[in-house]
Structures are given as C-alpha cells and as structure tokens.
Design a protein. Structure first.
Ligand SMILES: Cc1cc2nc3c(=O)[nH]c(=O)nc-3n(C[C@H](O)[C@H](O)[C@H](O)COP(=O)(O)O)c2cc1C
Length: 203
C-alpha cells in the first residue's frame, strides 16, 4: 500500500487539527498507509531529535507533509530539531523525488506564516523532494478554501485556538491534492475529487 507521511509539531493543538484534516483529505481519495507523527518534546534530548526510526519510516513514504505553528516568524524549534536530524538522510538524498507539502498556523492574520512555508519548501529542496503547493487562486476559487491567499501551502490564523472551518477545509483539500499526486506519479490517474466528496467530512 502506498504510504504518506505527515510530521508536525503542535503545542496547543491548532496544528494538530490541521494535520487531522489533511488525514481526512487523504482518506477521501483512497486507501493509503499513513505515518502521522506529532513531534513530542520527549523526542528532543539535549537539543537533538532522537526518534531516528521516524526518519526511516518516512523514507518509505511517497510524500511527506511538514507542519508546525509559526513561532517568531518561522518553524518552531521543535520542528527544526526534527529537520536538523534529517541531515544523515540528506547526505544520501534518500528522500529525493518524494512529494512534499506543508501547513502552518499563527496567532496573527499575517504573522509571517509564509516564512514557515518557505522554510519547509527549502527543507524539501535540500532533500531533492518535489514541492506541492495549492492550486487555488484567492478570490477566484469557489470552493471555500484558501481564505488567506497562500499558495505555498496551508496557512491558518487563529486568535483563540479555534480553527476557522475554511482553514480546516484548505488543509483537507491539501490532503486530497497530495494523495492524488501520489497516485499520479505512479501512473494511477486520480481525477479531482468533487468538492462534495471532501467537504462533507471537513469538521
Ligand atoms: C514562542 C511563540 C512564538 C510565536 N510566534 C508567532 C509568529 O511569529 N506569528 C504568528 O502569527 N503567531 C505566532 N505565535 C502564535 C502561534 O503560532 C499560535 O498560537 C499557534 O496557533 C500555535 O499552534 P499550536 O496550537 O499547534 O501549538 C507564537 C506563539 C509562541 C508560543
């Protein structure tokens, strides 16, 4: 079974809700094996990320989706500890040709969330991965997604920990897009899912 990875940090649960929406989107497209991993502080010992089994697990995935809250205009230190631990994977380019995508959230409408997504895209490029953004033109998309106008990936904005339904929907849509493209790279054409298919399970 084709495997898709989602690796993310979340302290107060917002990014976690986005990750779960991405999982729902993937499931709306078909049956995939999932590696959905929330980075835990316990995995970071003396500043170093220690769960190297996760890195091996991700090496078996067709796509990896990166997620973190935006902290001080970039990915959180916890996510960065994970990313820094991938340097051994990088030396052999063992994640090359996998799809990559990303999601983030912030407490401000423009809290520099784009910087976090740009970092994810850079990380993916260092690994020779293929970055997948959103095909959603702000203001011209009738599907109720991408309310914040980010095409690099999913951006959410929450003032109180409640995730806006449109941001959840955007995350869910990204899940469908990653899953479809995974199938597409395997030569298994997956037509764009009708919005009714992935929207009805958004919440
Ligand atoms: C140390 C720290 C730095 C933060 N920096 C930013 C920031 O630069 N931009 C922003 O929009 N929000 C910022 N926030 C708010 C978080 O991104 C926001 O609360 C987010 O929803 C937390 O995600 P989580 O619930 O998945 O932990 C910051 C929060 C903390 C704790």
């Amino acid at each position: 079974m084709l495997k898709i990875g989602i690796v993310y940090f979340s302290h107060t649960g917002t990014t976690d809700k986005l990750a779960r929406a991405i999982v729902r989107g993937i499931a709306a497209v078909g049956s995939f094996s999932l590696v959905s991993h929330r980075i835990s502080a316990d995995e970071i010992v003396r500043g170093r990320y220690t769960n190297l089994d996760l890195l091996e697990d991700l090496a078996g995935c067709e796509a990896v989706v990166f997620g973190s809250p935006t902290y001080m205009g970039n990915a959180s230190a916890q996510f960065k500890a994970f990313a820094d631990a991938t340097s051994e994977i990088w030396t052999g380019q063992r994640w090359a040709d996998k799809l990559a995508a990303g999601f983030t959230c912030g407490g401000a409408p423009n809290g520099d969330q784009s910087s976090t997504l740009q970092y994810f895209a850079t990380l993916a490029s260092q690994h020779g991965m293929l970055w997948l953004g959103l095909d959603s033109a702000y203001g011209y998309d009738g599907r109720g997604i991408n309310r914040l106008g980010s095409q690099l990936g999913v951006t959410a904005w929450t003032a109180n920990g409640e995730v806006d339904p449109a941001d959840l929907l955007t995350a869910q849509y990204l899940g469908t897009r990653v899953a479809r493209q995974v199938l597409g790279l395997r030569g298994e054409y997956a037509p764009a899912a009708e919005p009714s298919v992935w929207q009805e399970t958004a919440s």
